[in-house]
Each structure stands twice: as C-alpha cells, then as structure tokens.
Design a protein around this ligand. Structure first.
Ligand code: NAG
Length: 500
C-alpha cells in the first residue's frame, strides 16, 4: 500500500510538472484562446511550430519548434539557419489551435511603419537571448517601429465578454512611448474609442494613471488611457515600480470588474495590484473588438520598446488560484539571463580600432571628423591626431552592462551613438535615450572574420560603412544604407588594439 501511494504521488508530481500554462488555464475552466511564445511550448502536448524566421541572405524562412513536446524552443536550429546572416521573426504562431498567429503589423490610425507598404518592422530573431532551465531561447525584442498583430481572430473576447491574459516581459527594457502592449485591441487598427481595448501595458507611460514611484509599471491599455484602477486611481501604492529582470504581467476583465496582477517571473508569487470596478467614461460596459496586438497600441502607435517572451489570452475570467498556478509554472520554467555578445572578446578597459573587411576598403578604419563617424585610411606613419580619431575606449555599456560603449579617445565623455540610424560621436547627455543609443553588443563577424557590432536598442541594426560614412544599418531596411548588397561584408570589422 505504501509503495502504491508513492507511485501515485510520483505520477501526480510528474503530471503537475508537465502541465503547461494553457493546461492549467483549461483545468481552471478558462482555456487559452491564444498562446504565443518564442521561448517554449505553453501546452504540455504542444510540439508544433513556435515561430517563423526569415533570413537576410536569401529570404528563406523556417519554423522553429520546441526541442520536445511541451519543451523549450530549439534555439540551435535558429542559430544554424541564421549563421553568417541576419534573421527576423515573421510569425509568432498561436499554440491554441485557433490560428490566432501574430504577424507584421499593418499601418494604423496613429502611425505607419517604414516598410514600403507601411507595415511595422519585424523583430531581430536574436535580439533577446535568455535561458530556460539552462536551455537557450530567444524572446521578441521590440524596438520602436516594431509590431505584430492579428485583426481577424477566432475565440478572442468581444464586447463585454470575460477574458484573462498574461505576458512575461523584460523588466529592464521599456520606455515611455506608446505602447508596449499585449492583448485585445481594435480590428481596424484605428482608435475607435474608450473601452475598445483591454491589453497589458509595460513601461513608463502616463496615458492616464501610473503606478507608484518612478516606474516602469504594469498598466492596462483600455484605449485612450493606461489605467491602474478606476478614474480615482492615479498612482496607487498597490501598483509598484517593477524592478525584476523577468516580469509576469496579468490583466483580466469581466462585466463590471477587472484586475491587474504582477510578479517576478523568475521567483515568488503574483500580487494583485488592483481588482474592482471599471473606470467610468465608456469603459463599462467594455467594447472589446478581439484583435491581438504585440508591441504597439491599438491604433498602431509604434514608438514603444520592450521584450516579450510568452503570453496567452483566455476565454472566461481566470481565478486568482489558476493564475497563481500559472505563475508557479512560469517560475519553474527557469528564465535566466545569458550573454548578449559573441565572437572575439572586445574587453571593457581596452582601447580598440575597427578595420573594414569589404574588399574595397581593407585599409580603412572607423574614425570621426567632429560628430561625423566615417572610415579613413590610417597607417602607422599618420599623425597622432588622425590615429587618435580612429581609436576608441571600450567601456561598460551605458544602457546595458552586458554590452559595451565606445568612447572617443580624442574626445573623452563622447561616445559612438546612433540617431536616425546614422552614427555620431556625441557627448553623453546622461539621458536614457543616449545611453541606449550608445550601447553595442559585439557579435561574431557576419562574414566570418572579426566582429559585427550590433545595436542593443535596435538589434536588427549593425555598424556599417556605406560611402565611407558609418550607419546603424539593417539588412534590407528602408534606408539606402540598408542595401543588402555587401551587407555582411560592410558590417564586419577586424577589431585590434587602438592606434593611440
Ligand atoms: C565578403 O566576405 C567574404 C567572406 O569573408 C569574402 O569571401 C568576400 O570576398 C567578401 N567580398 C567583398 C566584396 O568584400
């Protein structure tokens, strides 16, 4: 009898460990009607595709699935498919079986993207590496201008119908732009009025209320307002500034009632930041339309940034107990950080030069003339002024300590930063924007030599020389300096000791 119960207990433990977030929601009577993740399967039995990537070299696509049913994404398959080129995430598949896939967002009432058709950008496939219980996976790194959407969904709440949702995001990647959202939005990509959205928002937005302290916060984008409670809740202490690297954000709504919950996605439990009445002024009843957005506002406002790892939407209002079990499952998935760099080390404290590798230009080095960053031919017999202009101190990344910044040797306190995707040597103004624009994550060189220098804040963009000027160029993007011809050569640099 004793042996029998131990066996039973073991089986129960195995079943509990194996359940995915959507299995838990289903047991709670509020099944997932959309389930999106580039990092893992969200049903224990799911072994289909998680996401699709497209590579720059030949435009070919491939689907990335989990290593096993219910498991972590096969990041090695992505790495091998994208070797020596760039890749973008084209589709985040819906694991619920309802076909609610997320693809490149179309233009909307507030903003268009930079694609010829006005669509938003797609995320670099390797911008947000993490590990889950030691297995490498990639999140979706949303830079301003990037967004995903589905305007023709199946089973997502409309009108005042009940729904729940959660998202796991990077608590250190945010801004105040509108709007890093995941959830329910307008099917027209236009602002059709208060209550036409019900989405998780993460960032510094001050569209109506905020949380406590200086942010970032988990808020709800209900359209024409980022809410933290009813109209009277403007910065309630119950909605704290988020400080964890990985964040679980929860929003749910049913007739007359809604809630925001949150917690550390790598440890501990969820807290309830608000639960109660709807704001007045068009939010009760709600007018949900059932589209799904990621990284943008309902009207395609696309100036926000953030990183999404996984998220779901349910039908019905999940109980707190169900969400608490989902949180335990997320914690057990073991999200952790990993290196943001690859290739030959470019060490903090060293001083370096960057030599071009394109056949035209192998005697040219990254230098600057005033604020303009360019390439110049530099030899050992040149003046020390020219040598210094082509020499750079490697310092800890101003915007992310896992990457680096490059300080001009002849202009201390000034760093290589991108602005409008051109590179400049500018004085550090101490702003969040400057520090992020001046942060670079060196990678193994795209053409097989040295390093390629990737932007932290726009990981589809790398140092590129083009007509002897320096850009943060993407492979096949909207600008002339994004040309695909010679992209991998023009973005590859041999990094050596500084001239001076
Ligand atoms: C580009 O890089 C590849 C690999 O290093 C090299 O074989 C090729 O010659 C380069 N082409 C040009 C035009 O630089």
């Amino acid at each position: 009898m004793y042996q029998f119960s131990s066996l039973l207990a073991l089986c129960l433990v195995a079943t509990l460990v194996a359940a995915g977030p959507c299995d838990i929601y289903a047991s709670g009577g509020t099944p997932c009607v959309a389930a999106h993740s580039t990092t893992r399967a969200l049903f224990s039995a799911y072994s289909g595709s998680l996401y699709q990537i497209k590579r720059g070299s030949d435009g070919a696509t491939t689907n990335i699935g989990p290593l096993s049913a219910g498991g972590v994404a096969n990041a090695a398959a992505q790495d091998s498919f994208c070797a020596s080129t760039t890749c973008l995430i084209t589709t985040i598949f819906d694991q619920s079986g309802r076909g609610n896939h997320l693809t490149q967002a179309p233009p909307g009432g507030a903003a268009s993207g930079t694609d010829p058709n006005g669509f938003d950008n797609m995320a670099a496939a390797d911008g947000a590496p993490v590990t889950l219980n030691g297995h490498k996976a990639y999140g979706v790194f949303i830079s301003p201008g990037t967004g995903y959407r589905n305007d023709a969904t199946n089973g997502i709440a409309v009108g005042d119908a009940a729904e729940g949702m959660y998202a796991v995001v990077d608590g250190t990647h945010y801004n105040g732009g509108c709007c890093f959202d995941y959830g329910n939005a307008e099917t027209s990509a236009d602002d059709t009025g208060n209550g036409h959205m019900e989405a998780i928002y993460f960032g510094l937005g001050t569209g109506f209320g905020t949380g406590a302290g200086s942010g970032p916060w988990i808020l709800a984008d209900l359209e024409n307002g980022l809410y933290t409670g009813p109209n009277t809740a403007v910065n309630p202490p119950s909605n704290p500034t988020i400080t964890s690297r990985f964040v679980t954000a929860v929003v749910k709504g049913e007739p007359g009632t809604w809630a925001i919950r949150g917690g550390n996605a790598a440890s501990g439990a969820l807290s309830t930041f608000y639960s109660g009445a709807r704001p007045s002024g068009g939010y009760n009843p709600m007018h949900k339309e059932g589209a799904i957005i990621l990284g943008i506002g309902g009207d395609n406002s696309n100036s926000a940034q953030g990183t999404f790892y996984e998220g779901v939407m349910t039908t019905g209002y999940p109980s707190d107990a169900t969400e608490n079990s989902v949180q335990a499952n997320i914690v057990a998935a073991g999200y952790a950080t990993t290196s943001l760099t690859s290739g030959p080390a470019i060490s903090v404290g060293s001083a370096v030069s960057f030599r071009a590798t394109t056949a035209c230009c192998t005697t040219r080095y990254i230098a600057h003339t005033g604020a303009t960053v360019n390439t110049q031919v530099v030899t050992s017999s040149d003046t020390s002024a020219l040598k210094l202009s082509a020499s750079w101190n490697v310092v800890t990344g101003l915007g992310n300590s896992a990457c680096v910044s490059f300080e001009s040797r002849d202009t201390p306190g000034s760093y290589i930063r991108h602005s409008g995707f051109e590179l400049f040597v500018n004085a550090n103004d101490g702003s969040k924007l400057f520090s992020e624009d001046a942060t670079w994550c060196p990678q193994a060189g795209l053409n097989g030599q040295g390093n390629s220098i990737r932007s932290w804040s726009y990981p589809a963009h790398y140092f590129r020389h083009f007509n002897a000027l320096l850009y943060a160029a993407s492979n096949g993007g909207a600008d002339t300096f994004d040309a695909t011809a010679l992209y991998v050569n023009d973005t590859t640099w041999v990094v050596s000791a500084a001239f001076a």
